[in-house]
Each structure stands twice: as C-alpha cells, then as structure tokens.
Design a protein around this ligand. Structure first.
Ligand SMILES: *Cc1c(COP(=O)(O)O)cnc(C)c1O
Length: 486
C-alpha cells in the first residue's frame, strides 16, 4: 500500500513536468505543516466573477435540465461546473467560486487532486470492473486493510466495501441484525442516514427526505439526541433520557443496533454534549447491542481526526464510511469487529459494483494524501481560523446577534441562526436569514450549504487543502452576508 502511494505521487509529479508552461501548477499559498507534502493546483485558487450569476451558458443548461431531468431534482446552485480544482469551482461561463461544500464533504483532499486523478487513470487503463464477488482484485483487499488500520480500536476487524453511504448503513444494519438475532434499531432525532427505504426510516426529517415515500421499514425506533444548544443537558443527563426511552419503549434485549452520527450532518452539525456518546457505548455493550457510528459525513479527517468517534475516544462496533473516502469516486464501507462482520453466512453481503476497482484505487490515493499532507491537522487549523473569527463577530453583534451558536469540530463547522435577541432565550430558528446569507454569498462567488432540522444552519465543509488566503476570502464574503442580515 505504501509503495503504491509513492508510485502514485511520482507519477503525478513526472506528468506535471511535461506540461506546457501555461498549465503549470500554482503552488499552494500557505505554510505547510511540519513535514507535510505541499501539493499544487491547476486552477488559480481565487474567486472570479465574469458577469451575472448564473451566466448565459448555465442558464441554457438549466433550461435543458428542466426539460430532461425530474422536476424533483433542483440543484442548490444554479451554475454548471466546467472544471474544479482544489477549492475552486469554475463554471461554464468562466466564473470561479470558492467551494465551501466539497460536494457535501466528499472532496476532502480537494477536487481533482493530481494523485487521485493519476490513480483513477492508471486503474481505468487496466480494468473498470470485474465484480469482486466473481473475480477479485488487490485494490479491494488493500482498502479493507487500510480502513481496518485507521478506524478506532485495535481489536480484530473486518470490512466490506459498497457504493454509497446509504448502502453502507443498510449493510451495517443487516450485519447487526444477523449477528444479534434481534430486530429493533435505534436512531435519533435530527439524524440523516440516507434515502433508500431502510435509511429513510432511520432518517428523522420528513421534508424533503420522507414525505409521501412510505411505508417505511419496520422496527426502527427514534430516541432523543443530545443537542446542547437547545436542550441544555449535560452528556450524562441526555444519555440517561435516551436510555430511558430505549428501555421503556423497546427493551434492551430487543435491540440489534444503535446507529448514530457522532456529529450529526444534515441535522445541523449537532455535536452531542461530552459524555453522551461514551454512555451510549457503555449501555450498548452491557445490553449486547451493536453500536454503529455513522461516520459517512464526519469521517476521513473532516473533524480533525480520521473519525469523529476519536474525539471522545469511543470505539464503535461498526463504522460506516463513505463521502470523503475516495476523493469523489463512489465508494463506501462497513468496518467493524471481526466476530460481528464474520457472523453473516457466505454470500450474504455484496453487490454488482461494490468496491469498484477504479474507486478503490482512488481511495488508496486519497488515504495516502491525507497521511502525507496531514489533513487531519489541517482540519484543526481551519477550525481555529473560523471559530476565532466568528465567535468574535457574534460577540461584536452583542445582544442582537443572529448567530445562536458557532459549533463543530475541525473543518465540519456550522452557524445556527436565530432571530435577533433570542440567541440565549427562546432561540427562535431563523431559516430566512440562512436563505438570504446563502444567496448573498453565491452572488459574491462563494458556494455555501445550509442544513438543520429547522433549516437555520449554515455549514462549512471546505476541502481540507484550501489555502488560508482562499478560506479567509470566502469567510470575508460570509461575514459581510451575515452583517447584512444582523
Ligand atoms: C450523506 C450521508 C449518508 C448517505 O450517503 P449517500 O452516499 O448519499 O447514500 C448517510 N449517513 C450520513 C451521516 C450522511 O451524511
């Protein structure tokens, strides 16, 4: 695996040397962390607006989309990507946007990282598919080995690879049910686990994810989440409340699995109070319940560690991984205790495309970039820059602030907006402010994502390779957009 990483890097560098001058790479504009490798970008990492947004070419593509794509699918941003590199999205009209979404926490190593591109090209030139369940190949095994190494805990582990986050969650639940012989699954308020039938049942929010799509999978029970800004409970108090609901409404001996995002994503980047997760892990262990950490959004260096579970030193029985794992190629995984993973009969897990050879090559490159460029440490630098700035802004706005809370870990950061004057009292959600801020930022060339059960959260998910200059430039735009609403 390590030699594969070195080969990929050497290849990326040598191909770069042969490029014409105008395409030469632009060095990253920040001080590298000690000992980390500095990569280069094809597209200048700067915001650039050429005219109206959306421009004429994007408008023409929107017309074609409306005529051909289901009306259900309305992209959040009305511009069409033409070329994306690092943290810059260049659209078909030549505008350059700062990417604060990373394709929903996917391009953590930056879009079109040269080592991911080289790995994909190399793999595709040999074969794009065989079906691992028919004719296996090394890349799948190598990714399983690597994920076993980087997931929490040094117990014996096994892995299975899949395509999407939802598919990983479905498989984690299948495995947990098979290994325990039980049915019930506990999910949480504000949770998001996917859009397939079982994962819709696990997901909390009705609009847009569930409305009219039932009936949902049975034996899914919802328990209260720890949401410190809104419930004011300590981790221990919130865990006691949750465990009481599970014991009274379901019964520990009926529970196959608890599934939880260690930091909730779509629900609003909710970081549970300290002690909440460890108390649930302990209860699960005492009751023979499989504890599944859904790290699909929070994993892969996003929060300043390989996995968000590490911040509270919990060791989940199973971990689901997707989004950031393969630099944008569709790949997901369930990794966990060997005895649980091995409890399933031969042939019980799999799928036609699962662990695709091009995607596994991308994953191996992505993981070694994360190691070489020390992207977990970079996520913590991003946290400091953002939190310092926006906690100061909130303090400056004083009693009338609309920033209820700045929260998150690493480069998984969010601002929860509330109506002015309610930040410490009724905390009245302010989704209109979020809509205005997101639209304002877009008009200035910054792509921002919103989230939250109440639609009142702006989330920051920049590629971890973003330069300090570009990060601060995007934050200037965000700050001005917030001031305009405050
Ligand atoms: C995005 C997400 C999923 C679903 O992943 P897909 O690849 O969209 O199916 C599941 N769990 C969490 C926590 C997510 O953020």
């Amino acid at each position: 695996m390590h030699s594969r990483g070195r080969t990929g890097r050497a290849r990326a560098h040598s191909s770069r040397r042969g490029e014409p001058r105008s395409l030469q790479a632009i060095p990253r504009g920040r001080t590298p962390r000690k000992g980390s490798i500095v990569t280069e970008f094809r597209i200048a990492q700067e915001r650039k607006l050429e005219g109206a947004i959306p421009g004429p070419k994007s408008q023409a593509l929107t017309a074609r989309r409306e005529a051909s794509v289901s009306a259900s699918l309305v992209p959040a941003v009305p511009v069409y990507a033409a070329d994306v590199d690092g943290a810059i999205i260049r659209d078909v009209d030549g505008n350059q946007f700062v990417d604060f979404g990373a394709g929903i926490a996917v391009t953590n190593v930056g879009a079109s990282h040269p080592r991911v591109v080289a790995a994909v090209q190399e793999a595709a030139s040999h074969f794009t598919h065989t079906a691992f369940g028919i004719t296996p190949y090394e890349g799948y095994v190598a990714v399983a080995e690597k994920l076993i190494e980087i997931t929490p805990g040094d117990h014996a582990k096994k892995a299975v690879l899949l395509n999407s986050g939802a598919e990983a969650v479905e498989n984690a639940v299948k495995i947990a049910r098979h290994s325990t012989g039980r049915n019930a699954v506990i999910a949480f308020d504000h949770s998001f686990h996917g859009r397939t039938n079982l994962t819709m049942a696990l997901t909390a929010k009705n609009i847009p994810y569930k409305d009219g799509f039932g009936p949902f999978a049975p034996e899914v029970y919802r328990a209260p989440m720890s949401y410190p800004y809104r419930d004011g409970l300590t981790g221990a108090e919130a865990a006691a409340r949750t465990i009481d609901v599970i014991e009274k409404q379901v019964g520990g001996k009926n529970v196959a699995a608890i599934i939880i995002e260690p930091i909730q994503g779509e629900g609003g980047f909710i970081v549970p109070a300290e002690g909440f997760l460890p108390a649930l892990v302990e209860w699960a262990k005492a009751n023979g319940v499989v504890f599944i950490a859904d790290e699909v959004q929070a994993g892969m260096c996003r929060t300043g560690a390989w996995f968000a579970s590490e911040h509270e030193e919990i060791v989940p029985d199973l971990v689901t991984i997707a989004k950031g794992v393969a630099g944008g190629m569709p790949l997901s995984a369930v990794v966990g205790r060997a005895e649980i993973m091995d409890s399933v009969h031969v042939g019980g897990l799999g799928g036609t495309y699962t662990g695709n050879p091009v995607a596994t090559a991308a994953a191996l490159a992505t993981i070694s970039i994360m190691e070489d460029e020390q992207l977990a440490a970079r996520a913590l630098e991003i946290e400091t820059i953002v939190k310092t700035r926006f906690e100061a802004l909130s303090a400056e706005l004083g009693e009338n602030t609309i920033i209820g809370e700045v929260r998150g870990r690493g480069a998984m950061l969010a601002f929860e907006f509330v109506e002015a004057g309610t930040a410490t009292t009724t905390k009245k959600p302010h989704p209109a402010a979020v809509k205005a801020i997101v639209a304002d930022a877009l008009s200035q060339g910054v792509v921002l994502l919103s989230c939250g059960t109440y639609g009142n959260v702006v989330r920051l998910l920049p590629p971890l390779t973003i330069t300090d200059e570009l990060l601060n430039d995007g934050l200037d735009v965000l700050e001005a957009a917030i001031r305009a609403q405050a």
